[in-house]
Design a protein around this ligand. Structure first.
Ligand SMILES: Cc1ncc(COP(=O)(O)O)c(C=O)c1O
Length: 405
């Protein structure tokens, strides 16, 4: 067909089917009122005129501009997290570690000094001693139980104080309000990894924190099938600072992932209640076993910072650790975990499945007992079955020779 006649056909609105594939007039009927948030996909956003075209990341206030800054599904998840945490705004990011990186990159520059609890999530330490050090940022670790004494570690160049409560693996509860008060008096933002609390068991903003991050991968996703994170900020000023870094780093997320997290949110309350009860039953049983020296569960009295947990938290969650007695060798500890049947061996926590892992070379709570530590995460299994599994695995471990590492 000659080009001229094609043009005439198009003018009569008889476009070639190839074009119709892209520009269709077909429409589904409107009025579908489902209970589920629709999964809105899209990179490009269409504008009505050149004058309206902008790539401004402030979509929640100024309207949609580009998919990287979030489709309606992603922004709804952000709004839901902000509502739950009482935040000024929540950014949704690809994972918990992405959330941690954004906070560092938003609040640090070459020459900055950062305070990080010694028990913080391992990859946060790796970022501090790797990429951040190469960029001229100094990250100093501090005793998580330091409380208000953190003031003596503040330097003129301190630009960020991290908290994580309970801390990863050794589960110390921090005096976050005391640390936040010090940060406020020096004008230094205090960030909290609030993943354990699912954003609900500890009210970060009421306790004075400026930024609360979560690995939504854990309790909000809730089923070990989604990786997502959130960065929630307390103020307009932090919204601008964090938002600038977030948008420049290209931390967009898929609406499919956001949709799974939105579904997870609906059952967060009932899952947390059940997980708390199961974890307590299992932790109390373990505390009575002769092979177990310590149970590091914030709701048990011997856990470090237990009084602070009682004062500041409204509940406990699914993850805790045990330390075997001195006479039990690290090989027996590994044998115990290998012998578990219902508890699977794997990283992460907060899903519906019980998990267990050892941390050889952890070096905390002291150089030697870290090698006899096992972190457990309970799932939605019946507590009696989990206890029976632990019991048979203890039996297997005790039958192992005690020589070895
Ligand atoms: C306390 C804590 N913060 C952050 C993260 C990182 O989350 P993600 O796996 O989504 O990057 C984890 C993951 O294990 C974690 O335990």
């Amino acid at each position: 067909m000659a080009v001229a006649s094609m043009i005439i056909q198009n003018r009569k609105n008889a476009m070639h089917w190839q074009t119709r594939l892209i520009h269709s007039n077909a429409k589904a009927p409107s009025g579908f009122r489902s209970l589920a948030t629709p999964v809105a996909r899209g990179s490009t956003v269409i504008f009505d005129s050149v004058a309206q075209a902008t790539d401004d990341w402030h979509q929640s206030e100024r309207g949609y501009t580009y998919g990287l800054f979030g489709s309606p599904t992603v922004l709804e998840l952000g709004a839901r997290i902000a509502e739950l945490e009482g935040a000024h705004h929540s950014f949704i990011v690809p994972g918990g570690q992405a959330a941690i990186s954004i906070v560092y990159l938003a609040l640090c520059r070459a020459g900055s000094h950062v305070l990080l609890p010694a028990n913080a999530y391992g990859p946060s330490h790796d970022l501090a001693t790797g990429t951040l050090r190469a960029f001229g940022v100094t990250v100093e670790t501090y005793d998580p139980l330091i409380g208000g004494d953190i003031e003596r570690l503040i330097r003129p160049e301190t630009t960020l104080i991290w908290t994580e409560s309970p801390g990863s693996i050794t589960m110390e509860i921090q005096d976050v309000p005391a640390i936040a008060a010090v940060g406020r008096s020096h004008g230094i933002p205090v960030a909290l990894d609030n993943t354990y609390a699912g954003g609900v068991l500890f009210d970060a903003f009421r306790h004075g924190v400026d930024i609360s991050i979560q690995a939504l991968t854990k309790y909000i996703g809730g089923h070990s099938d989604v990786l997502l994170g959130s960065v929630s900020v307390a103020s307009r000023e932090l919204y601008e600072r964090v938002g600038t870094a977030w948008s420049q780093l290209g931390m967009g997320v898929s609406p499919d992932e956001a949709s799974l997290a939105l579904r997870g949110l609906q059952t967060l309350g009932i899952r947390l209640e059940r997980l708390e009860r199961t974890a307590l039953a299992v932790a109390q049983w373990l505390a009575d076993q002769p092979e177990v020296d310590k149970v590091l569960h914030p709701a048990l009295t011997e856990a470090p910072g237990h009084d602070l947990w009682k004062r500041d938290f409204t509940g406990s969650a699914s993850v805790f650790s045990i330390i075997f007695r001195h006479e039990i060798s690290p090989d027996q500890v590994a044998c115990f975990v290998d012998a578990l049947r219902l508890f699977k061996i794997g990283y992460s926590w907060g899903g519906v499945t019980a998990l267990a892992l050892t941390y050889p070379g952890l070096g905390r709570p002291d150089a030697e007992s870290g090698d006899r530590l096992v972190r457990l995460n309970v799932g939605l299994e019946e507590p009696g079955d989990l206890i029976a599994d632990l019991d048979q695995a203890l039996g297997s471990a005790m039958r192992q020779p005690t020589t070895g590492r």
